[in-house]
Design a protein around this ligand. Structure first.
Ligand SMILES: Nc1nc2c(ncn2[C@@H]2O[C@H](COP(=O)(O)OP(=O)(O)O)[C@@H](O)[C@H]2O)c(=O)[nH]1
Ligand SMILES: [Mg+2]
Length: 305
């Protein structure tokens, strides 16, 4: 029996909620006054959760504005409001690349962020939802990656297309799309390498992989970045580089269970403008959750909806 997703979400984000609630409770205990110290402490609490300088200062400015107009009379009201502010900040009106098959999705990101694991989890959940999934083992750079993806494919009960270690990843993409056409698949997920000799080599190779996918895929091609939430602002810098080189359509943010700095979701949404489409809250096959802005905000702030 698996837990409902909101319980897993709540548990996965408990470190962030613990920290943030702790800070906000301290603020509340200091009293209802909205003085300079209150706003500074609030800013610190949001920054420590890794919401980023831009999103934090904008949010605090908005709250101060509301308070000045007497829409938020005291500390309690301000803190209550943070949850809906966060929900609004992390929402995106761009579509979920997994939301409308048929689609071919290239899954990219730096080594160790959780690409292969996320491809496995996505293959399982999408195939359980009724998609006809084929996955491609495009990380031919690391020998272990092929074996690792094979294990996930078995677990998800979906076909995987691979070539030997060292093969051209563009050839894997070609083969995977051939297999998808033959099998009448509607969802193609392609794992890719996260490290080459240099980052410039990696971007060149991924751009080539994308070109081949666009040439061969009968479906729209989307690029989804897997980003490790524990790498914080550093991860944001990498994300910008991938976005510039490839154009990102979505972000899977992994390892939110391992960090108290889950506010990085807010920084990513604000600073990249790329929709967060899934979040990873554990290593298990079911620990990849749909991203629901309201549920996320509630899970980290811990107030009632
Ligand atoms: N705690 C936790 N670990 C994760 C999550 N996603 C991936 N991992 C772990 O991160 C490590 C690297 O994952 P992997 O998929 O091999 O990364 P890749 O190099 O990007 O393909 C593995 O030990 C995974 O189990 C997550 O959401 N939470
Ligand atoms: Mg991998």
């Amino acid at each position: 029996m698996t837990d409902p997703w909101y319980r897993r979400l709540g548990e996965g984000l408990s470190k962030t909620r613990g920290e943030l609630r702790g800070h906000l409770n301290v603020l509340l205990r200091k009293g209802p006054d909205l003085d300079q110290a209150f706003w500074e402490d609030l800013e610190d609490a949001l920054l420590q959760a890794d919401m980023g300088a831009l999103a934090t200062s904008e949010m605090v400015d908005r709250l101060r504005d509301l308070a000045a107009r007497e829409a938020l009379p005291d500390a309690e009201a301000v803190i209550d409001r943070i949850q809906s502010e966060i929900a609004a900040e992390v929402a995106s009106d761009r579509p979920d690349p997994f939301g409308a098959p048929p689609v071919t999705v290239l899954v990219v990101g730096v080594n160790g962020t959780g690409k292969t694991t996320s491809v496995g989890k996505l293959a399982k959940s999408l195939s359980e939802a009724g998609n006809r999934v084929v996955i491609g083992s495009g990380d031919t750079f690391r020998a272990a990656a092929i074996e690792q993806l094979r294990v996930w494919a078995e677990r998800a009960d979906v076909p995987v297309v691979e070539r030997p270690h060292g093969s051209d990843p563009a050839a894997v993409v070609f083969d995977t799309l051939e297999a998808a056409k033959q099998r009448g698949a509607d969802t193609v997920l392609i794992d890719t390498a996260g490290r080459l000799h240099t980052s410039a080599d990696l971007m060149l190779e991924l751009a080539k992989v994308k070109r081949i996918a666009e040439r061969e895929s009968p479906f729209p091609v989307r690029v989804v970045l897997v980003m490790d939430a524990t790498t914080g602002q550093n991860g944001l810098v990498q994300a910008r580089e991938f976005d510039r080189a490839l154009g990102l359509d979505g972000i899977v943010l992994t390892k939110l269970d391992g960090t108290a700095r889950g506010g990085i979701v807010v920084a990513v949404a604000r600073e990249l403008g790329v929709p967060i489409v899934r979040i990873g809250v554990g290593e298990g096959a079911d620990d990849l959750e749909p991203f629901d802005p309201g549920a996320f905000a509630q899970a980290i702030v811990g107030r009632k909806p």
